[in-house]
Design a protein around this ligand. Sequence first.
Ligand code: SF4
Length: 455
Amino acid sequence: MLDMTTKDIKERSGITINPCKTCEPVGAMFCALGVHKCMPHSHGSQGCSSYHRTVLTRHFKEPAIATSSSFTEGASVFGGRSNLNTAVKNIFDMYDPDIIAVHTTCLSETIGDDVGSYILDMEIPEGKYVIHASTPSYEGSHIQGFSNMMMGFINYLSKQTGTKTGITALFPGWVNPGDCRELKAIAKAMEVPVTMFPDFDNTMDSPMTGHFEYYGAGGTPIPEIGRLGDASSVIALGKFASGESFDLMQKKFHISGASLPMPVGIALTDRYIMALRKISKKEVPSGLEAERGRLVDLLMDATSYTYKKTVAIFGDPDIVYSLTSLCLEMGMIPRYVVTGTPKSEFETLTRELIDSYNLEETCEVKADTDLFWLHQKIKNDEVDLLLGSSYGKYIAKAEDIPFVRAGFPVLDRYGATIQSVCGYKGGVYLAEKIIDALLSRYDRDVADEDFECVL
Ligand code: SF4
C-alpha cells in the first residue's frame, strides 16, 4: 500500500499527487442542492457532471441530482449558448424545478462562454429562475466553487426593500445535513429566528418514505433568499466557504454581524453562541450550558489518553481549522495541519490558533498541498492519529496509524452525514470517536499483563 512513497521530500511544482481537494463545480453543485426545488446545472461536458454527482452521491449516500449542457465538439468550438438554451427549456419541461443554478466548468470557461449574458437573453417561464456562477476548476478548489455559487444566488435573487425582517441570515458553510439541524437548534434555543442558506437538512439526507421525489422537502426556499437583503444581521460560519458571502452582505446591503469559524469544540461553539446572544440579548439557556459542561467533563475524563498525542489533520480549510481547535482542547499536538485548498490565509489563521497554546512541539501548517506531501512527512516523523477525509485511509494502512474520518468526502463509512460535528453535542460525538480510536490502539498494543478492562 503506497509502498513507492519515499521519505525523501523534494520541491515539486506542476504536479499534485493524491490531491486534498476536488474541483470548483463540485462545490457549486453542492451549494445549489441546499436550495429548495433547485436543479444544479453543469455547463460543460457530461463527464464533468457525472464526476461531480458521483463524489456528492458517494459522500451523502443520496442521489445528487444535476443536469448537463452535454458539450460535444460543436459546442467546444462554437460556444455553448445553444446547448444551454435547449437544456433550460428541457429541464423546466421535464423536471419542473423552481430554479436552475448553472455553474461553468473548465471547458466552458476556457472557450469564454458568457453565461450571464446567455441568461439575460433566454426565455424563462413565469415564476421560475435561472442563475449562474463562474467556477473554473483550474483555480481554487470545491470550497471556492461553493462560495462562488452562494454569491451567485445572493447577487441574482436577494433584494433590499428597506424594511427589516428581524431574521438573521445564517450561512453554515460546507457542512453535513446533521450540522445544519444542530446549528438551527442552537439558534432556536437562543431565540434567534434564522434563514439558513444553503440548508442541507432534508435535502441530502431525505428520510425513506417509500415515494420517489426529485426534490427533498428541505433546502432554503427561494423567497427567503430573496429577503436576505432585508436581514437584520448575518452570521457566517466557515471563513473560507462563507466569508466572501459575508463580505458581500456587508458591501451590498450594509448588514453587519459576525464571520466565525465552524463551531466545533468548546471555544468555537462558545463564539457562535455569544454571537447569537448578542443578537437576541437573551441569557444562554441551562440546556446549552449543560451540554457544554458534558463536553468539558468528557475531555477532562479522557485527558490522560489524549494529552500530547500527535495528530495529522487534513481536508478542507474550515473543518481542518476547527478540528485543530478541538484537538488542542483535548491536549493533543497538531503535528501536521494540511489543506489542498490554495488559501495562504489558512496558514496564518491556523498558525495563530496553534501559537495561542504556547506548545513546545513543532507543528507544520500547509495550504495548497497534497496527501503525498503529508505521507512523506509522516514517514519522517510518525503521528499517533490521522483525522480527515476517506483519502487518508491509504496512509493509515501504509503506516498502521489509527484513523478517524471527518470532513469531506467520507466515502467508505455510513451515517456520518446525519450526525453533527458542530456544537457541544457534535464535540462529544467527535471526541468520542477520537478517544475510541486511541484507546483501541492502546488495547491492541499493550502488553498482556497491562491489559485492563477499566481505563
Ligand atoms: S474538466 Fe474541470 S470541471 Fe470537469 S471534472 Fe475536470 S477539473 Fe472538474
